[in-house]
Write a protein that binds this ligand. Sequence first.
Ligand code: ZN
Ligand code: ZN
Length: 384
Amino acid sequence: MARTYTSTTKTYCNNRFITGPDKGYFISAMVLVFIPEIPFLIFICPLFEEWVTPAIYVVSIYIWLAVYAFLIQTAYTDPGIVPRGVYNDSDIFSSDQRQPLFKKITIKGMTQEVKWCETCSLYRPPRANHCGMCNNCVEKFDHHCPWVGNCIGRRNYKTFLYFLYCTGFKCLFAMGFCVAHIIVEASRIRDQHPDYSSANVFNKALNKSHYLSIIIIVYALAGLMFVGSLGGFHLYLLATNQTTNESIKKTFKKGNPFRKSIFRNIVETFCAPNYPSYYLYNKKKDRELKVLENKPTRTSNDSNNNNSNSNILSNTPNLPSGLFSPSSNNSDGSSSQYSDNQNINNSNNNNNNNNNINDTEIDMKIINDDNSRLSMKRELEVHS
Ligand SMILES: [Zn+2]
Ligand SMILES: [Zn+2]
């Protein structure tokens, strides 16, 4: 039997929403974002509605909702979980052999090592790492963020950064208007009571908002220090094309093969389309393979294709009960998982398989999907 370990990741709506196991901090983050907005809208905004524009309500609520949207999107997006391998040690190695712990690969002329993951039964793709909280390997793993309750990886890094910078901007916005509120109220009181001392004027100005303006300033300043320092560090990571995990472990001491110009690093992070999820991909492939299985007859020209289809299905090992039981129990789904991992371990072999099965329309669709996954690994050259 292949080894299986239980993933702690939770999935909803046919794997469309994927999140980590613990949501305690996530709920705290939701509450922390909620708390200051209500007093800000009730006590601070009315002054500026009168003096500046009522649009201040709209702008404030818009940024507030954007913070929530990015927080929830980051928390419930598949970070790029790598489907587990289905290798059985005894299928590949004799009893006195095991998989080598490391394999050397060359990326843009630079040698990197990929490590065998005992838990997931696969060689981790370059830049992937195993998250101990979620118990999965995640592509371009940055870190496991307790505040969003999910890993930050290839597929949700962008929304995580949007969340950080949007929260930072919201803190600055609230602080700016609270400071302005105190100054405007103080000048009003000074005009009405020129004989008041400065301390008295300041005290009465604060009292106008029941001291909430100063409380919001302190609250927002604490938030800004937290997200600002994190946001600044991620700007450095963006510029050097590193993840937090790689930066801490100093993975690219001898050179970073993924590094490009600062402009291109930033543009690729924010403007490139998101990578497809392996799990939604598997669902789509499940449906296509079911259509393939249910096809009544094949044309006479497709005799080779029959062989190739049986190749696809015969390559389908029974997936052990592990991650995401609905798809894991489906033998078709396991086929694509196996195929994905084969891409990593032996891309040449996969290309040969693809060449065998490129005649029928539906097979082409599957191959195109395979190629789209392969293109993600196009810079990878495996020396086994
Ligand atoms: Zn792993
Ligand atoms: Zn995690």
